[in-house]
Design a binder for this molecule. Structure first.
Ligand code: MN
Length: 131
């Protein structure tokens, strides 16, 4: 089953996302800031990264830019998690290199549907693997 890295500084959001994903049998690894998230992405090579935009220090868009500039990590799809919903935000998120975004608060079913859809289209997807 796929491994998903969540980069999220809000404890409640982290708990909720982790619970939903683990309930759907994904393996979850968690980082509370961008710097830790970048280190875990390089080390663990997750199948998907869920990236909060508003983080202390380096924000999620900057972190995505770093991931997408690194040949080691640029093929890992990144979905932004954002409370932003203003005009222009989508363009800003996609321009930063994110492969999509999901608005918070999370709609549980939609969240899991979007995660599954992104994993299914990712190169090197593990669908059907003995794992
Ligand atoms: Mn945040």
């Amino acid at each position: 089953m796929a491994t998903i890295l969540i980069v999220e500084d809000n404890v409640t959001n982290m708990k909720l996302s982790t619970f939903l994903l683990e309930s759907a049998d994904y393996t979850v690894i968690a980082a509370v800031n961008a710097e830790l998230g970048l280190a875990m992405a390089r080390e663990s090579r997750p199948d998907l990264i869920l990236m909060d935009i508003q983080l202390p220090g380096m924000d999620g868009l900057q972190a995505t830019g770093v991931l997408k500039a690194d040949p080691e990590t640029r093929d890992i799809p990144v979905i932004a998690l954002t409370a932003l919903a203003m005009k222009g935000d989508e363009e800003r998120i996609l321009a930063a290199g994110c492969d999509g975004y999901i608005a918070k608060p999370l709609d549980y079913k939609e969240f899991l549907r979007r995660v599954a859809a992104k994993l299914a289209e990712a190169p090197g997807t593990v669908a059907g693997s003995p794992e």
